[in-house]
Design a protein around this ligand. Structure first.
Ligand code: PLP
Length: 411
């Protein structure tokens, strides 16, 4: 921080405080992770100075010979990592990636069959407050009331009834494995496009610890910063036949100049994801989630779907007489960062909610394993038992800090 401390001491202090917060708090936010120093170095590099509208070899600006190399590398590595036929690494975000797919294949008013936000879907899958909900005729699907998992037979019935032009699968808060093959069968039955949004599980898919949608979906979108552990951003993968349409939809359709520093950092993250350390970490992420969820179930918590088959858990707090909002605030006092979350068949508003969502990617990246998960289950249990007791929460906070100090993020 030698430059920033001279030029802007105020922002320098903010960065130092944020680093301290990340180091001392236990991050259980399922969508967050810690990018490597290499990824961050590239994001803060000279690549940020370059305009490069267009695509490699066909730019609207001169001087793109080196940014072309970076974008080519990012595409080549993403193709190898996921086995995709065509990849576009330019989307600035996950929402923008979904927008690019919709804009390339759909007309306003077309029908999309996608997962309801309160059942685990993402805003950009068609929530009424999002562009997708405003532009398209969205038919939402949810989980089964009994199993709290997807019911593929009911999904087939919904698809037959509404004949969507596109089916969207993938979620922000769904803890069972998604069967992309079954989604393909449903899409084929009604002649719909299939979009798989793997923003949450991309790292698991890349490491082979979750079924891959690549053989089944026409389009696969992702963010690059969750389990994939790269810079913040998005990416679209698709079959070769849709490649040109997707590229046009992203530029010039919805974006101008690509963020070349982020694209170069995506290339670095994809290289890291090809290594054995990444694969081991993804396996441990899933193992950690299972250990944590098993222990929480034993302690009487209601885990939606009964547990987890991926990196995240959704805890329905209705049997604890506490809202998601109250729980989030208590965890904050205990030094644990997580988010309140709606649960299937939610009765409260999204600002209050009946649940919390937690995940293991960030803790696993720090190096935490089986025994730390049992300690974390105890922290969670103790926090929920002491939501109104600030002094008990303060004591948990000290223990959390001690655990975090044993696992520094940037050694
Ligand atoms: N898709 C899913 C499944 C997500 O969970 C998210 C983010 O949480 C997104 C898309 C959107 O990503 P972004 O925040 O980059 O727009």
């Amino acid at each position: 921080m030698s430059y920033i401390s001279d030029i802007d001491p105020e922002i320098c202090e903010v960065l130092e405080l944020e680093l301290q917060r990340q180091d001392e708090k236990l991050n259980l936010i399922a969508s967050e992770n810690y990018a490597s120093r290499a990824v961050m170095e590239v994001q803060g590099s000279v690549m940020t100075n370059k305009y490069a509208e267009g695509y490699s070899g066909k730019r609207y600006y001169g001087g793109c010979e080196y940014v072309d190399l970076a974008e080519d590398l990012a595409i080549k590595r993403a193709k190898a990592l996921f086995g995709a036929e065509h990849v576009n690494v330019q989307p600035h975000s996950g929402s923008g990636s979904n927008m690019a797919v919709y804009f390339s294949m759909l007309e306003p008013g077309d029908t999309i069959l996608s997962m309801d936000l309160t059942h685990g879907g993402h805003l950009s899958h068609g929530s009424p407050v999002n562009f997708a909900g405003k532009l398209y005729n969205v038919i939402p699907y949810g989980v089964d009331r009994e199993t709290e998992t997807l019911n593929y037979e009911e999904l087939m019935e919904l698809a037959r009834k509404h004949k969507p032009r596109m089916i969207v699968c993938g979620a922000s808060a769904y803890t069972a494995e998604i069967d992309f093959k079954k989604f393909r069968e449903i899409a084929d039955e009604v002649d719909a496009y299939l979009l798989a949004d793997i923003a949450h599980i991309a790292g698991l898919v890349a490491a082979g610890v979750h079924q891959s949608p690549i053989p089944y979906a026409d389009f696969v979108t992702t963010t690059t910063h969750k389990t994939l552990r790269g810079p913040r951003g998005g990416m679209v993968m698709c079959r070769q036949e849709y490649g040109k349409d997707i590229d046009k939809s992203i530029f010039p359709g919805i974006q101008g100049g690509p963020l070349m520093h982020v694209i170069a950092a995506k290339a670095v993250a994809f290289k890291e994801a090809q290594g054995s350390k990444f694969k081991k970490d993804q396996e441990q992420t899933v193992k950690n989630a299972r250990i944590l969820s098993d222990d929480l179930v034993e302690r009487g918590f209601h885990l939606v779907s009964g547990g987890t088959q991926n990196h995240m858990m959704l805890i329905n707090l209705n049997n604890r007489d506490i809202t998601g909002k109250e729980a989030e605030a208590a965890f904050c006092k205990a030094g644990i960062v997580l988010n309140k979350n709606t649960v299937p068949f939610e009765t409260r508003s999204p600002f209050v909610t009946s649940g919390i969502r937690i995940g293991t990617p960030a803790a696993t990246t720090r190096g935490m394993k089986d025994s730390e998960m049992l300690q974390i289950a105890d922290f969670i249990d103790q926090t929920i038992a002491n939501v109104d007791d600030d002094s008990a929460l303060g004591m948990i906070c000290e223990d959390v800090k001690e655990l975090c100090h044993r696992y520094p993020i940037y050694k």
